[in-house]
Design a protein. Sequence first.
Length: 391
Amino acid sequence: MNKVLILGAFDRYNYGDLLFPLIIEKVLKDLNKETQIRFFGIIDKDLSSVGGVSTQSIKSFYKECNDSDVKVNIIIAGGDSLTATWSSLLASLNRFFEITHRYRNIISNIVNVNFLAKRFIGGKTKYPFIIEKNKFKQINKILFNSLGGSGVNDNFINNNSALFEVDYFAVRDIDTYNNLNNNGINIELFPDSAILMSKLYPLETELKSKTSAKIIEFVRNNENYIFFQVNQLYCGKDYNTIIKSLKIIGAEFNLKICLCPIGSALSHNDQIPLERISKKLDIPHHYFEDVTIWDIMYLIAKSKCYIGTSLHGTITAMSFDIPYIGLKAKKLNSYLKSWGVENINYAIDFNQIPERFRIAVKIPKEQLVISRINQIDRAELSFQNIYQLIK
């Protein structure tokens, strides 16, 4: 019987991170119902109330890798996991470490913040999600499921020999692929596995049944709206620019603005800029809070366009054939370059939103459909590769 340990950042409220284990479990169980799957994060956490999973801590993960009664297969679930550090992960879970991580360039002259975080968590590897086989007794295979690596460079690769020992190494964007491939790592390029959501959770049946009543009511009463999201990190001092852009497209196209946070973890804090925008935005809009991942998915799937800095907000739009506008984020730009539809396949600044919106809403539906089908076919092929290795 297959025993699969899925490791990732599932212990914080961030839309994309919460999607990964759900997608992987559903696909692997469809391929073989007997597969045993367990979820692990950095800490014990149960986020099932917002649509996520219940995770066990990294210490429990290590114990399973050493003491399991059979060999285990490790799947690093996805996301920007390659260069994630102990301090960056703990910053999403602990207010003190969030502050120290923010000022790490200054504090590092006095103390090694990453070392402290690693000791605090009980980490055994240099990087949380780069698992070194020789440190554990019962690992069979290590598989990377369409990871991102916006911080990957030659120096990083040369200092992580474990990258060359990964049994299946798939990344989700062309920049990460090129960086690793040019350094001699056997690598594959596949779309992010979250692209499968529209196939696994059909919109008007399974997804709608998981969506909150307040969201269903909003969508029923507001046929024309756009979904807007922004991460605090990328917002900076550009509030007035964002508000001006939203007012232009809201008035020009008679659209309501749906402001909805996708990541509320300490290192994302979408709710902070969105609340501020809501207070200053004097056109029809609605600010949502306390939403589940199903609420977010449904709101994007029923919108006229997605606009935001979130990679997985964009991938949700892609999965449901909704036009999208990517903003600012480097990893989002790289993904759009890899898989986006022509003319909306790169991220833009906030002052370019109106111009890009006029282009996005004119993209022929069939182009969005073709892009979605291609990505889903590729993502399913990646899972077939994974299954062949662990069955």
